[in-house]
Ligand binder design. Structure first.
Ligand SMILES: NC(=O)c1ccc[n+]([C@@H]2O[C@H](COP(=O)([O-])OP(=O)(O)OC[C@H]3O[C@@H](n4cnc5c(N)ncnc54)[C@H](OP(=O)(O)O)[C@@H]3O)[C@@H](O)[C@H]2O)c1
Length: 279
């Protein structure tokens, strides 16, 4: 039995689906079992990763687990997992842990990685670049018109499809790839403006990027709950990416044996979210 946490999320939902396709037995943990629909074959346990007293039953009989990185800390989960006899833990992390200046986000994930390493449990870390799904934040502006407001339109990343992040995690779980830290990117370096162009082509109508001020961006990030230090570090990271080509890594193909999904493929599967030419 494999435990999947974060199973309603972008990555975890794909981990669940892919494990079921491989014929594995899956249990998920959620804080709100009535709030979401999981596949019928899945065992659903109620639990909160930040409250270890809720996890004992959910971890009983579990050999391997996919761990969502709750930034408040995973020590309680690790204690219960160790007592339950877990043999392999694959944790979602962030590519920023590998940067020379990890920033607030990278430091937060590094603390979790260190906790996992200190636990003595066999581990694998899956460290993605920015997710394709982050761009769903543009959906309401795209549905409403042709202007998308943002900052650092010329900053490039190699956006990675959560299906590929999940696929690396699933191969790690099933092939027993312990002691590995996999940095995972998509197959292309794309700026935000490039990505908007790909969405425009897919939905069949023009879209225009409207560059906003740094103050606007800072206010937006604060509104989303990012602390001041996180905002400073994010501004620095995006500024450093303007006009640069993002690193593209071969990890997905190396680990899974197939190429990663392109951004255009991801968009093609999400045109409904962005509206179509007829909306
Ligand atoms: N977005 C990016 O570009 C990016 C890049 C690198 C790394 N990351 C990492 O990936 C994470 C986001 O992954 P995602 O998009 O797959 O997540 P997501 O879609 O935001 O889903 C979050 C999931 O985590 C579960 N969860 C959250 N807190 C929990 C808790 N205390 N106890 C139990 N379950 C909890 C939720 O489950 P319930 O609500 O059902 O309990 C939900 O299923 C980020 O937080 C970051 O660590 C993101």
């Amino acid at each position: 039995m494999i435990l999947v946490t974060g199973a309603g999320g972008n990555v975890g939902s794909n981990v669940v689906r892919q494990l079921l396709e491989e014929g594995e037995k899956v249990r998920v943990i959620t804080r709100n079992p009535s709030g979401q629909a999981f596949p019928d074959q899945v065992e659903v346990a109620t639990g909160d990763l930040t409250r270890p007293e809720t996890l004992t039953e959910a971890l009983s009989g579990i050999e391997r687990a996919f761990l969502f990185p709750v930034l408040r800390g995973v020590d309680g989960f690790l204690d219960v997992a160790e007592r339950a006899g877990l043999r392999h833990l694959v944790m979602l992390s962030s590519i920023s842990v590998t940067w020379s200046v990890p920033g607030w986000v990278g430091e937060a994930h590094l603390r979790l990685e260190r906790s996992v390493q200190a636990s003595g449990l066999p581990w694998t870390f899956v460290r993605p670049d920015g997710f394709t799904t982050n761009d769903l934040v543009w959906a309401s502006q795209i549905i409403d018109g042709e202007v998308v407001r943002g900052r650092y339109g010329d900053a490039a990343t190699a956006p990675v499809d959560p299906r590929d992040i999940a696929a690396v995690a699933v191969r790690s779980l099933l092939d027993g790839r312990t002691g590995e830290g996999y940095s995972v990117t998509g197959p292309q370096s794309l700026t935000q403006i490039d990505r908007l162009g790909i969405i425009a082509e897919a939905i069949g109508r023009p879209l225009r990027w409207q560059e906003q001020s740094e103050d606007w961006f800072r206010d937006e990030m604060a509104r989303l709950g990012m602390p001041a230090q996180g905002i400073d570090d994010y501004v620095d990271a995006l500024t450093a990416r303007v006009g640069k080509t993002a690193e593209v890594l071969p990890t997905v193909e190396h680990v899974t044996g197939r190429p990663p999904f392109t951004y255009a493929q991801w968009v093609a599967d999400h045109t409904a979210a962005f509206g179509t030419a007829s909306t």
